[in-house]
Design a protein around this ligand. Sequence first.
Ligand code: V47
Length: 376
Amino acid sequence: MQTLTRETTDIPRSVRGSGLEDIYDKVMAGDRLSFEDGMRLYVADLNAVGTLANLVRERKNGDNAYFVRNQHINYSNICNKFCKFCSFYALPRDANAYTLSPEQIQDRIRQHLHLHVQEVHMVAGINPRLPYSYYTDMLRAVKEVRPDIHVRAFTMVEIAHIVRIAKKPFDEVIAELRAAGLDSLPGGGAEIFSQRVHDELFRQKQNGDEWLDLVTRCHRNGLRSNATMLYGHIETTEEKVDHLVRLRAAQDETGGFMTYIPLCFHPERTELTHIPLATGQQNLREIAVGRLMLDNFDHVKAFWMMISIPIAQLALWYGADDIDGTIVDYEIVHADGGATPYRMTREGLIALIREASRTPIERDSDYRPRHGALIN
Ligand code: V47
């Protein structure tokens, strides 16, 4: 009887000789990758890792590349957390400090009423002067102007703050936010779960344990969310793999995460300007490793605003099945040496997905194709 060797199996050419043949076997069998596998994915040949990630991506989402027509409103840049990686925050006395009133938020929504914006993404700094009623008023104000819009708002840092100032039980606050119009939660604030990085870069803010505890409590209260990981600063490979393994365990518990979004750190105007911006190779690797480790997440997003359009297009072959959206008015990071435009049109997103040889699908916030949105 002939013994099967690696040469006689259908192992893809780009994986052969990469040292990842055993991981290929696991991927084909649908087996979970270990922490050690994750560590190896960070040093192996990128094309081999990308090929494996693409197998998972196509198994889960076929050829589809999703996008959404969305709008971002960063309602205040005032923050009392002073994270070293953040270029967005301001002190109340700073000339550029701002807080949008519910009426100003309505004006922003009205500006785009002529477009089929499906989702509004609202996050901000922690502005201690805002009362609890500001948050519920803001949600109601959005729904008053655009009742059918999906409101994805508040990172776990904001949720913790809102619960604190509400002085009410957690479940009650979540129920009130939902009644006021909150539909789901974004993935921000997770940063890196490592306590070492927390103490070094964002010590005033909640740590990884607190983020995970809150997000799982939100899931249990019926709110779904995304999850992020901020990479490309002072984190180690072990800390990134640990982050992914802990996200995966939380997802096993609740099933409440929809999409994983690796966020590329932008050093411009932060306290960490000495750190070089991650390269295209690093961005692609984060997408691919995330896709392979997070076997229980349906979607991986390439946030074009942070990694550039060309890399986002390539990412659709390295594990990503979602390219985010039109992103009108994102203010946290939108500078990429002028190379990344501030917003995209629906047609622009469709064209870039088609150019990348994927099938563009305009989705709603739950990944349902929008009516008439199957574009090919
Ligand atoms: O948590 C802050 C990050 C996040 C910088 O859920 C920075 O679909 C890079 O989470 N360089 C907020 N990143 C944004 C966010 C997000 C974005 C897009 C889509 C979704 C989603 C979520 O932005 C923060 C932090 O990790 N951030 N400063 C910076 N200098």
